[in-house]
Design a protein around this ligand. Sequence first.
Ligand code: GDP
Ligand code: ZN
Length: 438
Amino acid sequence: MTNITKLEPRKAFLRNICDPDTREVIDKGLCLWFPGPNSFTGEDSVEFQIHGGSAVIAAVSAALSKLKFAHALPGEFTRRAFYNNKLDLTEIEGLADLIHAETELQRKQAYLQVDGSLSKLYNKWRKTLLQSIAHVEAYIDFSEDDNIEADIMDKCNNVLKVLNQEIKRHLSDGRKGEILREGVRTVILGEPNVGKSSLLNYLVQREAAIVTPIPGTTRDIVELNLNIFDYPVILADTAGLRKETTDIVEIEGIHRAKNYTKGADFVILLANSVSYLRSKKKYDEFIIDYVERLGLNDLLLNNGKVMDHCIVVMNKIDLLEPQERDSLLKDDRTIFISCAREEGLQKFSKRVAIHLKNLCGNPCRENPTVSQTRHRIHLTNCSEHIDNYFDLIKSEERDIVLAAQEIRNAMRELGLITGYVSVEQILDVIFKDFCIGK
Ligand code: GDP
Ligand code: ZN
């Protein structure tokens, strides 16, 4: 048997794979030798490409165990890659997201993260903090010394101020990256029988929710994962909202629908175009009444308009007289559709696409967005520590030692995101930036 470590690295060789005891050939396959550190884990690795049948795999595994190889635990390769500094935590999280990505934009965001987009940004910020702390510490230790410039603190404070603004800007991204990663929680709301399930079926393009003419059919929440224009959408059809019901199951359904709406990223409010027209009310007035009747006042802004993450759609225009329809269709504050005749649905889809784009953004390398809550928490803490630093140096006591600790804390928060927490390097920077060789 060939000694694999004698093979030319990173090249495929077709070889017989034998049992180490009996020398019986188990399979013929490709062998690749990756000596560390140039491997995924950073350690010496061997890859076998064998035939995929379960008996072949079992026999090769058994042969390998005779050579004292063990099965990897879940995530073990990635964990080793992390310990060997091949990947940091954000890249590992990106890898997990890439594996789970269901839409093209999710894949794009995850790939950029695996490729180090966040890692690069957070490490850059961490380095800035590292330099600042080095400067502040030098100031503390040697401020009586002439060769430490007097304005060193000013320079350092400017750098920190800019950095903090950058972090705050990064945080106020409307949670785009997180929404893209988790899926846009979308809910269709409206009175019973208005066509919510029909609209959902149109979006899903299959009969996913029950469509019946009996009011109150959709009692629980039907949740579906959809890919709409490459945006991941978690679409919920809810119980028709009405106040006058006494059915306990329906009341519970309504309760759930309202709760669900509170956490929704995007709301489609469906009304009946016939009711609107026959009500003779002005548009705004009709919407306010409708929203209040459904008990959805949370959706209204102070000026009586619906919130930005909500679109109003009016269904059943096929039931209107032609001249009634023509008068309505001129109004572009709302979208008129007929689920039954599939009218206006393309316009509706376009409007949905615009909202999804606003909610998820477009992942790009130059300006990566926060992709998960864990990062958001550490980034928020980081920014707060920088705020604390400024509070401390501005206060009357002007406790620089305590203030310096805040920068260290801020740095630690970034280190917690990337999984890179170490103090040794602070010393390196001090000696690199300052030639304190006396
Ligand atoms: P939901 O209770 O809001 O979910 O409403 P459904 O989607 O179950 O629809 C209730 C009834 O209205 C069903 O009989 C549908 O066929 C009907 N319906 C839905 N959309 C339209 C439409 O655009 N025009 C007409 N005429 N009927 C519709
Ligand atoms: Zn329904």
